[in-house]
Design a protein. Structure first.
Length: 569
């Protein structure tokens, strides 16, 4: 993005942001009322298009005033997931992170985005603001499609007539899942607004939500060994996208198999065999990746940071804090399970498992292992909201029967959507007040940061490694598309002390042969210098310029705030 322009190249430097956001909310409500009036006589595809449009509207309202990629700067997560993609787009292995020599923990996203960009870091920067829109649209569509498997393909014997999921019910499930998973007061909570923190901030993690309904449809369609293996292979793909989502799905599958066994239900053994083969296939395929995680990341080390404070309203976060959506979700999950079809049971047990995992984090907290609580919080919120759409549709049907009204399905769906409209995200979304990342993304990136990163991206070898100021190093990969020696965003590598010695050597050692020999092990070709780094090592920019093995390749900024890039000759 150029200074003053948003992702579409529109100059927004003089935009009155509060007035724009206020007008947008009013415009959405007016447009939504008119749309739902028309939806009374249209098909489910029309209402589904409205769900996509509502999400797109909220995305556009959030991104239009921004002069940089959303949260790029205020959020380490955004810098980090952009950095993981950029180094892959520059031609490096998708199995390694931007910290040279470190194994990747989410390789699928980097490979996907790099491929979409044509392996161009410049195009990644242009594409990235639009990825949340693609992912949230994908979730709406896959949820609608995934819950629509043919009755003949997956219904158990004796399933009720309601087992065939209505397209209207699926539209409401998709709409509730995206537009009602968040609540106005979430911004003041521990985990903040799920819609923004997932789709806008971490589209790489939201990809697991897109794949889940596809997996549920494939799993519900199992009819033999080949389809069991196919479902296991698809589950492993969720693991490559985000391993925690794969773990949550596995818990849901275990619950899916356990409940019929406990109830001694007909077909329970077949369900258990399906789950065992799917989980076994998944484990077999994904085991190299899990081994890579165990080797590369010390995530099993106990930590006080991975505990839940005794005063935390942990059990309320995913239940009563979600208001009537939670109650509707409980009802919807129960309705789906009672239908007796495989898809209904698979869907409802995923909802129940998400809540069980959330409760289980209390035990993990006692072991100081309650990590990534925000991820399971968001996962639970989205699944519960999807189930709320099922519950709302069932209550609408029952209400029509009690009132003796022969309402058409389109009229019932439009009525439910109209009642939910005041609580839908675009009707209350005010990111200037509700999202600190939004406010921090309004101004363009400072020139003294943009220029050296543009130099690295366009004027250096794509395989080069950059050492130097660690605080600025996180930008080297995100904007400069180059790997770094050490970054504060990722776990410290096992050979950290050796890397630390190399940094000291680059700054203080005068023997070029010694420096080059030490740097060659990590492929370091450039040294990024800032006033903070000079102060840390007690040297000056002039002292570095006098060393024959260092060449000043770029300098930008002021004498007080500058970034210098030295090339190691």
């Amino acid at each position: 993005m150029t200074a003053g322009a948003n992702a579409l190249g529109i100059d927004v430097a003089g935009l009155d942001v509060p007035a724009f956001l206020a007008a947008a909310r009013l415009a959405f409500v007016a447009a939504a009322v008119a749309f739902l009036f028309l939806a009374r006589t249209r098909g489910p595809g029309f209402l589904l298009g409205g769900v996509v449009a509502a999400n797109a509207f909220a995305w556009a309202v959030t991104n239009h005033p921004l002069q940089r990629i959303y949260a790029l700067g205020p959020s380490r997560d955004r810098i980090g997931n952009l950095a993981l993609v950029q180094v892959v787009a520059a031609g490096n292995s998708p199995l390694h992170t931007e910290q040279v020599g470190q194994l990747h923990f989410e390789p699928f996203w980097g490979l996907l985005v790099a491929a979409l960009s044509g392996w161009s870091p410049d195009r990644v920067l242009a594409l990235y603001p639009f990825l949340p829109l693609f992912v949230m649209t994908g979730f709406v569509l896959t949820l609608f499609w995934g819950l629509g498997a043919r009755e003949a393909a997956w219904a158990d014997a004796g399933a009720s007539a309601e087992a065939a999921w209505s397209p209207w019910e699926r539209v409401l499930a998709a709409g509730f899942a995206t537009l009602l998973a968040s609540a106005p007061l979430d911004f003041a909570g521990t985990y903040r607004v799920p819609w923004a923190m997932t789709f806008l901030l971490k589209p790489n993690h939201a990809l697991g939500l897109v794949l889940l309904p596809v997996f549920l449809r494939v799993f519900a369609s199992i009819r033999g060994w080949p389809s069991r293996v196919a479902a296991g292979a698809l589950l492993h793909l969720i693991g490559w996208a985000f391993v925690l989502h794969m773990a949550y799905v596995c818990v849901g599958l275990v619950l899916y198999a356990a409940l019929p066994l406990l109830a001694r239900r007909a077909g329970a053994r077949r369900d258990a065999l399906d789950v065992a083969v799917v989980l076994g296939t998944n484990l077999l395929i994904v085991s190299p990746y899990l081994f890579m995680l165990l080797v590369g990341y010390p995530f099993l080390t106990p930590s006080l940071a991975a505990t839940i404070h005794p005063s935390s309203p942990h059990l309320l976060e995913t239940t009563l804090r979600h208001g009537p959506v939670f109650l509707l979700g409980v009802w919807g999950a129960w309705i789906a399970y009672r239908r007796g079809d495989r898809l209904g049971r698979a869907f409802s047990t995923q909802v129940a498992a998400a809540h069980l995992v959330w409760v289980g984090y209390l035990a993990l907290s006692a072991l100081q292992q309650a990590r990534e609580r925000d991820e399971v919080f968001y996962w639970t919120r989205f699944l519960t909201a999807a189930a709320a759409g099922v519950g709302a549709w069932d209550l609408a049907r029952r209400s029509a029967a009690v009132l003796g009204r022969a309402w058409a399905p389109s009229q019932r769906a439009a009525a439910v959507a109209m009642l939910a409209l005041p609580w839908s995200l675009p009707a209350w979304w005010g990111p200037l007040r509700l999202d600190s990342y939004f406010a921090g993304s309004l101004a363009p990136l400072p020139r003294e940061l943009r220029e050296p990163m543009e130099f690295l991206r366009g004027g250096t070898d794509r395989r080069a490694v950059v050492a130097g100021d660690r605080d600025v190093a996180k930008w080297v990969a995100a904007l400069g598309a180059r790997r770094v020696l050490v970054t504060p965003i990722l776990h410290m590598p096992r050979d950290y002390l050796e890397r630390d010695r190399l940094e000291r050597m680059l700054m203080l050692e005068g023997d070029g042969a010694v420096v080059r020999a030490a740097a060659a092990r990590f492929g370091v070709r450039y040294l990024l210098v800032t006033p903070a780094l000079l102060q840390r090592f007690g040297t000056t920019l002039d002292a570095l310029r006098r060393r024959p093995h260092l060449h000043l390749a770029h300098l930008s900024g002021t004498p007080e705030e500058f970034v210098a890039v030295f090339e190691l000759r």
